[in-house]
Write a protein that binds this ligand. Structure first.
Ligand SMILES: NC(=O)c1ccc[n+]([C@@H]2O[C@H](COP(=O)([O-])OP(=O)(O)OC[C@H]3O[C@@H](n4cnc5c(N)ncnc54)[C@H](OP(=O)(O)O)[C@@H]3O)[C@@H](O)[C@H]2O)c1
Length: 245
């Protein structure tokens, strides 16, 4: 079981949406320090004002190696990395340009992997000292494609595969790797989509609960729990349901 006492948390994409809620949830759970990563750290003022002693703003673009290296040297004590930053750049696989689909992969797959590598020395030190965690924010569309977001779905499926590989690769270093198969949340990302959406605050709390319980795969909201139940009994049925959205 992972304990939050003395945890030093880093959240990527912390300036809005789920990332901002994860910062709040980390503070509420008792984290010793929370590094809030954002491409534009000016957008972190409200989170820093919430608890200036514990919230440290950090300039961080997960698609930029030098930005990641600078952030990693400013945050050498991270014990828990939340790879939350993500984009929906493409839509259908036939209607989206290759450049758009590549943008989804650049952020959601390669950016997530690059952030993990950048903070690996810190996580390895924490692992040797008692334990560390990586939490990758995936999606229900990691389980089956939503064709309306086929490029994004492919990137989130690849991110789930990378998450599994990391789980094995990092187990000997005492670093737990969690995947979060989130359903629709009420954030900027889904502003134009009409469907039931979970509150990011509730999802963030459920993610921390799953991490503390040591779950590999976390289904933090009613949509993701229903999707997982469907996928377990009939993966094709989940694909059919997502195709109708
Ligand atoms: N919303 C949903 O329904 C839903 C469902 C399942 C999974 N998810 C996943 O949940 C995570 C959070 O999404 P959200 O709903 O909170 O979306 P959001 O409100 O659009 O926020 C996305 C965050 O990612 C950041 N980001 C994007 N590219 C980045 C980069 N290269 N470097 C650093 N930060 C970057 C954004 O920063 P800027 O402000 O600088 O753009 C923003 O802070 C994502 O991984 C998303 O795929 C979302």
């Amino acid at each position: 079981m992972t304990t939050m006492k003395n945890a030093v948390v880093l959240v990527t994409g912390a300036n809005r949406g789920l990332g901002r809620a994860l910062v709040e949830a980390a503070l509420a759970a008792g984290a010793r320090r929370v590094y809030a990563g954002a491409r534009n750290p000016d957008q972190l003022a409200a989170s820093v004002a919430r608890d200036p002693e514990r919230v440290v703003p950090l300039a961080l673009d997960i698609t930029n190696e030098s930005s990641l290296a600078a952030a990693a040297s400013r945050a050498p004590d991270v014990t828990m990395l939340f790879n939350n930053a993500g984009v929906v750049s493409s839509h259908g696989v036939l209607t989206s340009s290759t450049a758009r689909i590549m943008q989804d992969f650049a952020t959601n797959v390669f950016g997530t992997l690059a952030a993990t590598k950048a903070f690996l020395p810190a996580l390895q030190r924490a692992g040797a000292a008692g334990g560390a965690s990586v939490v990758n924010v995936l999606s229900v569309v990691s389980l089956a494609s939503m064709p309306a977001l086929g490029g994004y779905s492919a990137s989130k499926a690849a991110a789930a595969s990378v998450t599994e590989a990391l789980r094995t690769d990092l187990a000997n270093a005492n670093i737990r790797v969690h995947g979060v198969f989130a359903g629709a949340m009420d954030t900027d990302m889904t502003r134009d989509m009409q469907m039931p959406k979970a509150r990011p605050e509730d999802v963030a709390r459920a993610i921390f609960d799953g991490v503390e319980r040591g779950l590999d795969d976390i289904f933090p909201d009613p949509m993701s729990q229903g999707a997982f139940a469907t996928w377990r009994s009939d993966p094709k049925e989940l694909a059919r349901q997502l195709a109708s959205m």
